[in-house]
Design a protein around this ligand. Structure first.
Ligand SMILES: Nc1nc2c(ncn2[C@@H]2O[C@H](COP(=O)(O)OP(=O)(O)OP(=O)(O)O)[C@@H](O)[C@H]2O)c(=O)[nH]1
Ligand SMILES: [Mg+2]
Length: 685
């Protein structure tokens, strides 16, 4: 196959991510697109659980997507890959990675609800990643929706670069194109005005076109392909389309927009690949050239009970072929691409090769992890994609098996589920051997537990959320420990003097070797640091990890025969414990940003309740008509089981999201209680 024909095949690929708030109609819209393109006989239904994308039994039961899901179709010679994503904030760990795989983000807005928080959040995230963005107003068939008002609101909230590419017409039974057509009938506004506004916005990116436009009064839109792509790339234009996934109005037109206007893999901004280790990697310009080295990025992991681990990836450069060999990140040993396929909902469609822009999957590769880069040249091992900014999971739960001895089995089930979702985290709690899982909210953890129960099959016990407290110090202090043991033959000897200093909040940990004259020989310093780190990890006064401090080791003693690594580990650990106890230790608690959406009449109760729980209200703003969004800060510990309290205050209509903001010292009485409850402390002997 010649290079030119391969390149022209890349230009016929479009990769889009459907993102936006829950219930906006993303999943139904994908089915409508698939049906319109002839990939399925007819669109399915959310209520009957018959869509391509919501294939998981739990998704069918709830009527919401919980995981991202892929589908593809061919129409008019163009291959379109689409990723449907869940809209609930707790599942944003499935939605954000779709932005790493797509060239265009289609932000779906529910005409019934207007602009919701998730639409804002995802439109901004897509802009930060440099994607072309398209806003789709869905559900235009619903009676009493104010589409003209919504369009005005979109331009107010998202900016003047949001311009309609089509307008509802014939009582929203169809839509009228405003880009290629210069006139037509619309339900509101005017096709001619919308056409003029679009052309003016697009020509602005290119001075030559501005001149032509000023001279001739119009430019044939078919000549505007290059400036239009540039305007999309630069965020100078965010087109708005209207449709109804239910009646099919505007669905064919959306398909044609994807084919004719959305960027192909070579027309979008290059993906933000970085090359190098350490703190200052340099940008790596990946090119969507099938003849280049392979660079493919794993943006989704699926743990299939029968097929093992599936890695779903976007090819960015080169050609991934069945039977070929690829390296996973730094791994020395290549993997063989035995089975290469594309996903159509739950179905696998075998393929021989995947080109830049294609989304494909490989199975049974245990080493694959989310965010891995696959490549076919060992020198590319340090290339990675700029990481996404995921919210930190702060909702914790302790899980243990009802039957003792099953801990490992339960851990394996959890680890598999955590692999699939970058916003879930598990850890083994210090001495208690409890397994802690952290997620973004109560819904997130509840659904995780449903899946754990299904896979683990045995009974599990959960305990109320555990707060991820931290310890720190408020003053500088000194610590010293001399470890000396003489038992029979060889002894153990190590002595450490150190000083600790508080760092600013968020400052982490610094270790400074200030030993002069080799009183602690260089080869023992790693042992001292190991001892210090082990004390930091297990905590000193309340059993929580120590943060925000600098440890300066400045003196010590060794013995030419009896000094051993283990002696310095112990001395480092004990010296640190002594210093921390003298440095006014504090327990810190997580403070979260909370956003509560609730009907107006419930707002007074909500703000009063927040203030009573050591919270602070920072502002209120309008959301969907009739409801308000309250923004504030509160200690996470005060928000345990918040959904049930919110339900009581809002007759079940309130919703909230939490994001970790920062850590602050707990009130003195809480500190006394936490320190008193801690039994794991060790006294230096
Ligand atoms: N009237 C009308 N209803 C629609 C339309 N599109 C979707 N719906 C309905 O809206 C509900 C939500 O649709 P989904 O496709 O599940 O929405 P989603 O955006 O995928 O939601 P999440 O998966 O939770 O993020 C379902 O009951 C759909 O039948 C539409 O254009 N008009
Ligand atoms: Mg969905």
């Amino acid at each position: 196959m010649s290079e030119t024909s391969l390149d022209s095949r890349v230009s016929t690929i479009r990769t889009v991510a459907l993102v936006g708030p829950a219930a906006a109609g993303k999943t139904l819209l994908l089915d409508a697109l698939l049906a319109h393109a002839g990939a399925i006989p007819q669109a399915g239904s959310i209520e009957r659980g018959s869509t391509v994308s919501d294939h998981d039994p739990l998704e069918k039961r709830l009527g919401h997507s919980l995981q991202s899901s892929l589908a593809h179709f061919t129409h008019g010679g163009i291959r379109v890959h689409a990723i449907d994503t869940p809209g609930a904030p707790d599942f944003i760990g499935q939605a954000l990675p779709a932005l790493e795989a797509a060239d265009t983000a289609i932000v779906v807005i529910n005409a019934l609800n207007g602009i919701e928080l998730m639409a804002q959040r995802l439109l901004a995230a897509a802009g930060e990643r440099g994607l072309a963005r398209l806003i789709v107003v869905n559900k235009i068939d619903c009676p009493d929706v104010d589409l003209a008002g919504l369009l005005t609101q979109i331009r107010e909230v998202f900016g003047k670069e949001c311009l309609p590419l089509n307008l509802p017409s014939d009582g929203a039974k169809r839509v009228a194109d405003c880009f290629f057509a210069a006139s037509g009938e619309a339900d509101f506004s005017s096709v001619a005005d919308a056409h003029r506004a679009l052309v003016e916005q697009v020509v602005e990116v290119d001075a030559a076109f501005v001149d032509r436009y000023l001279t001739d009064g119009d430019v044939d839109p078919r000549e505007l392909h290059a400036p239009l792509e540039q305007a999309l790339r630069e965020g100078h234009l965010i087109p708005v389309c209207f449709c109804s996934a239910r009646t099919g109005a505007g669905v064919g037109e959306l398909l044609s927009v994807i084919e004719r206007l959305c960027p192909n893999p070579a027309e979008g901004n290059p993906p933000p690949f970085l090359e190098g280790k350490g703190t200052e990697p340099t940008p790596y310009p990946a090119r969507p050239d099938p003849a280049g080295h392979v660079l493919a990025h794993v943006f989704k992991i699926v743990s299939d009970p029968y097929l093992g681990k599936l890695g779903v990836m976007r090819v960015h450069q080169g050609r991934v072929a069945r039977g070929g060999q690829l390296f996973v990140g730094h791994a020395r040993k290549p993997i063989r691409v035995g089975h290469l396929f594309m996903l159509q909902g739950s179905k696998h469609v075998d393929i021989d090769e995947a080109l830049p822009g294609d989304l494909c999957a490989i199975a049974k590769v245990d080493d694959l992890a989310f965010d891995a880069v696959l490549h076919d040249a060992q020198e590319d091992e340090h290339i990675h994609l700029l990481p996404l900014d995921f919210p930190t999971p702060v909702h914790g739960l302790a899980i243990s098996p009802a039957r003792r001895g099953d801990e490992q089995k339960l851990w394996e089930v959890l680890a598999r589920l955590v692999d699939e979702d970058p916003c879930l985290r598990i850890e083994q709690a210090g001495e208690t051997h409890q397994t802690l899982v952290y997620g973004l909210g109560e819904l997130h953890l509840r659904l995780l537990l449903e899946r754990v129960r299904e896979l683990y099959k045995g009974e599990i016990v959960t305990e109320p959320p555990r707060i991820a407290y931290r310890e720190t110090v408020a003053a500088p202090a000194e610590g010293h420990y001399r470890h000396k043991k003489q038992s029979g033959g060889a002894g153990q000897f190590g002595e450490v003097y150190l000083r600790i200093e508080p760092l600013e909040r968020g400052g982490g940990f610094e270790f400074v070797d200030a030993v002069k004259g080799g009183t602690i020989p260089g080869q023992f310093m790693p042992a001292v640091e190991k001892g210090v780190r082990s004390a930091l990890a297990s905590g000193v006064i309340a059993g929580y990890p120590l943060v925000d401090l600098r440890v300066i080791v400045y003196d010590g003693k060794h013995h030419s025969v009896d000094s051993k690594e283990i002696a310095f580990v112990t001395a480092g650990r004990r010296a640190l414990i002594e210093a921390v106890r003298a440095a006014r230790p504090l327990v810190l608690e997580p403070i979260v940003q909370v956003e509560i959406t609730a009907p107006e009449h419930g707002i007074g109760d909500i703000t009063g309740d927040l203030a009573a729980r050591r919270g602070q209200v920072n502002g209120t703003r309008a959301a969907v008509p009739g409801s308000l969004v309250v923004q504030g800060l509160a200690p996470l510990a005060e928000l345990a089981s918040y959904q049930s309290r919110l339900n009581a205050m809002t007759a079940g209509e309130g919703r909230y999201t939490l994001l970790l903001s920062h850590y602050e010292a707990v009130p003195p009485n809480t500190q006394t209680a936490l320190v008193g409850a801690y039994k794991g402390g060790e006294d230096p002997d």
